[in-house]
Design a protein around this ligand. Structure first.
Ligand SMILES: C[S@@+](CC[C@H](N)C(=O)[O-])C[C@H]1O[C@@H](n2cnc3c(N)ncnc32)[C@H](O)[C@@H]1O
Length: 282
């Protein structure tokens, strides 16, 4: 081994000191509500080293200074893009979509418009799944109103993928065959794209759950906020659930991830079954 090679040339990773990791965690918590425990240290180090390298920075202190002093806020967006986990796929936790089809949508037959919020949509698979299920339900039941799906996330790179709407086979593996035929087009080379009809039902937008309030004029008939709150501590989670509830119509449904729970007494939500809640009537 050449003793004169620098750590950079050796490809070694820069380690955050204890103090640097604490400052970084605080920054991420203050802006995004994401709780970075010590267990996440290796993951954070791995993901952020690439950013340090690209920016020509030698320490995490330098990196923190860059993020804090960036007036455009883009460095902060890049930070959350790197540390948030966007893993998702079509028809994930499929029983929720069965409930949507068999119960929630049927209760909305007399509405002229059905509004669903996919909160924390990552790269879009969940929103397109909702669109498939709702569109198929509308075709089968003769529903004549309009279907509208708002899909939001904090990560711009995830949203870019969502808008592009192109996915590899492993992401669409659980899409039923008839849905695949109706709503996806094969692009060859293991790539699928979503039909224009389905895209037209969805609006993708950037939204930070830590914002004071959300700019929605009308309430939603279902909110899917799944596998998002696992990153939040109890306080952040409760505050978010309260905020989301304000935008959910009375008697309507709130879906969370299968490994998540809200506690049976929290907010104005009634427990329906594991990972499913309903807002009480006013
Ligand atoms: C694991 S994905 C969940 C995707 C999908 N809901 C599912 O269940 O498959 C979690 C998403 O939450 C988003 N997220 C994390 N913190 C957020 C925040 N403060 N505001 C908005 N979105 C956030 C991440 O960017 C990520 O895309």
């Amino acid at each position: 081994m050449n003793p004169h090679l620098t750590s950079d040339e050796l490809g070694l990773l820069v380690d955050p000191t204890e103090a640097e990791f604490r400052s970084l965690s605080q920054l991420v918590y203050d802006h995004f509500g994401i709780h970075l425990t010590d267990k996440k240290k290796a993951l954070v180090r791995g993901r952020l080293n690439k950013v340090l390298k690209t920016r020509g920075l030698k320490t995490f202190s330098q990196y923190l200074d860059t993020v804090r002093s960036d007036p455009t806020g883009l460095a902060l967006i890049e930070l959350v893009d790197r540390i948030s986990t966007n893993h998702t796929f079509f028809f994930r936790e499929a029983d929720h979509f069965h409930f949507l089809r068999d119960v929630a949508l049927n209760e909305l037959r007399s509405e002229t418009e059905i509004r669903i919020w996919c909160a924390g949509c990552a790269t879009g698979e969940e929103a397109y799944t909702l669109a498939m299920v709702a569109q198929d339900w509308a075709e089968r039941t003769g529903y004549r109103g309009s279907l509208r799906i708002l899909a939001t996330d904090i990560s711009l790179t995830a949203l870019e993928t969502a808008v592009a709407g192109r996915y590899n086979s492993d992401r669409v593996r659980l899409v039923p065959q008839d849905f695949k035929r109706k709503y996806l087009e094969g692009l060859g080379e293991d790539l699928w794209t979503v039909s224009p009809a389905l895209r037209s039902l969805i609006l993708f937008r950037r939204l930070n759950f830590m914002d004071q309030d959300f700019p929605f004029r009308q309430q939603f008939h279902s909110v899917f906020c799944r596998n998002v709150m696992i990153y939040f501590d109890r306080e952040t989670k409760e505050a978010l659930v309260q905020k989301i509830c304000r935008h959910l119509a009375p008697g309507k449904y709130f879906f969370i991830g299968h490994s998540e729970s809200l506690g049976r007494t929290s907010s104005d939500l009634e427990y329906v079954q594991p990972s499913l809640y309903r807002k009480g009537a006013p």
